[in-house]
Write a protein that binds this ligand. Structure first.
Ligand code: NG6
Ligand code: CA
Length: 517
């Protein structure tokens, strides 16, 4: 064979191989979009049984993929669930993972392996758009007028466009990568927890000017006619309107998807809907009979539609695995008089479950959970137990990145269950927590559920459950197969089951990890 022919042949082989490698990459390594709702309960979507409102776009997503009936987040408040989603570690293992205040420093330290850093090892472009609520900056907290470091970019994200905390706390500005965009140096942003001056208007002194009144807390600095948790001044040119958040998340996400349509990407779409203050865009206000809480659900449904339309337009539906989930269960009055409870009617936000946000009853953490990857995930309903904490190990497995033994210590590879494989394993157990390190746990093992109450029962659980006092038994046992609402404590009938579960729970807490080494 002549040299020329040999060169030509090897060139052709190269092209052939690289063609198949790139095809294989496109299929084996999907893009990932994780859409996380805020404070959405199991029963808040029409595809999960809601009849008082309609969510056509999320229903469509479910009708094109797998709808899980035992899908969970790991905690019943935001910060610990998000901490666990990103790190794959239970939040109760680490101090300072409770609901973050406005000036919280970065909770996840640089060098921590995260879902984003793992995907980066497989060549992914990574972004988080929307609510962060995991702190920014070093030990002294965020330096709002300068570089906001460390943050998402120091733990594996290439880019971010954030609501820094949660919108019922200050400040109402975005964070893009390391900066607050549009900040005028002549009007610096100050954030604190003390009134900056005697005449600083607050939700108490100027209550009659508010466009939405507060019910508890949330009565400090006023912005956009809504008083918040915490105080701030300045940064006026950088401030946003609550009504525009959802549009902004969609705009920035589409920009990211379009810019990375040729590369594998991971987008964490972290919606603020339906957290308080619920102030949906004017075009969604009044769309449901459930008040702004319902209208915010419809707004999120619209966002999902926009993202899915983008995938279709760019021909990416078959190359993208979408996961829809929530960060904790529902709450009606979380600090503002938006009439969520009064307008609830027959809507059951937690579906058949008891409790909601702040609770270790199923309603606190069992939430909508949908996966779709067109052409790869069959259409159906799955009762496999899966949790947001598992996404790190599961995505790593799908892209064949090894998990270091000391990383993601509570994240299980449930990738085959997420893909809807009929004989796949879900989790066989899950620890559910409320907020931070309060010491209350739910522990589901198969159809059994143990509750361990070491801490104080949250105020809204006391109200919801009409408890006359908060001295609930330290342990309760429920048989979920017959009693999904956790109404019949059967601990006296099944002492041996309770003992086994107590012991296993204690071991999993004490040994510092639940994923086998
Ligand atoms: C609580 C707030 C609540 C909400 C929650 C965080 C009060 C009385 N309650 O402390 O309104 O902001 O924190 O919600 O201030 S989460 O979904 O981000 O965890
Ligand atoms: Ca939340």
């Amino acid at each position: 064979m002549s040299v020329r022919i040999r060169v030509l042949l090897s060139l052709v082989t190269c092209l052939f191989v690289s063609f198949f490698v790139s095809v294989a990459t496109a299929h084996d390594q999907p893009n990932f979009i994780v859409i996380m709702a805020d404070d959405m309960g199991y029963g808040d979507l029409s595809c999960y049984g809601a009849t008082e409102l309609s969510t056509p776009n999320i229903d469509k997503l479910a009708s094109q993929g797998m709808r899980f009936t035992s899908g969970y987040c790991s905690a019943s408040t935001c910060t610990p669930t998000r901490y666990s989603l990103l790190t794959g570690n239970y939040a109760f293992r680490k101090k300072g993972t409770g609901i973050a205040p406005p000036n919280a420093p970065a909770i996840i330290k640089p060098g921590t392996e995260t879902i984003a850093s793992l995907l980066k090892k497989a060549g992914y472009q990574t972004a988080v758009v929307g609510k962060w609520h995991l702190g920014l900056g070093g030990e002294t907290g965020p330096d709002w007028n300068r570089q906001l470091k460390p943050g998402p970019l120091e733990i594996g994200f290439d880019t971010c466009f954030l609501l820094p905390t949660t919108n019922d706390r200050v400040p109402q500005v975005y964070v893009q990568d390391h900066r607050v965009p549009n900040l005028d140096p002549n009007d610096p942003l100050w954030v604190g927890n003390k009134k900056p001056s005697e005449d600083h208007p607050t939700g108490i002194t100027h209550r009659d000017t508010l466009k939405m009144d507060w019910s508890h807390g949330h009565n400090s600095t006023i912005h956009n006619g809504i008083s918040r948790i915490g105080f701030y001044t300045g940064g006026h040119a950088a401030r946003f309107r609550d009504e525009d958040l959802a549009d902004k998340w969609v705009e920035k996400s589409i920009e990211f998807i379009e810019a990375n349509k040729e590369k594998p990407f991971f987008l964490f779409f972290s919606s603020h809907d339906l957290h308080v203050p619920r102030m949906p865009h004017e075009r969604f206000q009044g769309k449901t009979k459930l008040g702004y809480r319902g209208d915010s659900i419809v707004q999120l449904d619209w966002c999902v539609g926009e993202l899915m339309n983008t995938l279709d337009r760019l021909d990416l539906a078959e190359e993208t695995m979408v996961v829809f989930c929530s960060d904790n269960g529902p709450v009606m009055d979380d600090g503002y008089k938006d009439f969520a409870l009064q307008k609830l009617g027959s809507h059951k936000a937690a579906g058949p479950y008891t409790g909601g946000k702040y609770s270790i009853y199923e309603g606190g953490t069992r939430t909508p959970f949908i996966t779709r990857w067109t052409g790869h995930i069959p259409v159906g309903v799955s009762d496999k137990m899966v949790c947001t904490i598992d996404l790190a190990a599961s995505f790593a497995s799908l892209v064949e990145v090894d998990l270091p033994s000391d990383a993601c210590v509570d994240s299980f590879d449930v990738s085959q269950a997420l893909l809807g494989k009929p004989d796949a394993q879900g989790r066989d157990h899950l620890i559910q927590q409320d907020n931070g390190n309060r010491g209350n746990y739910g522990f589901r093992v198969g159809d059994w559920k143990l509750q361990r109450h070491d801490g104080k029962t949250a105020r809204n659980v006391v109200v919801e459950r009409q408890l006359t006092n908060t001295k609930v038994p330290k342990f309760q046992l429920f048989y979920l197969a017959e009693d999904p609402a956790e109404q019949q404590n059967v601990i006296d009938q099944h002492p041996e089951v309770a003992e086994q579960l107590k012991e296993k729970l204690a071991t999993l807490i004490e040994q510092g990890r639940s994923r086998p080494e």
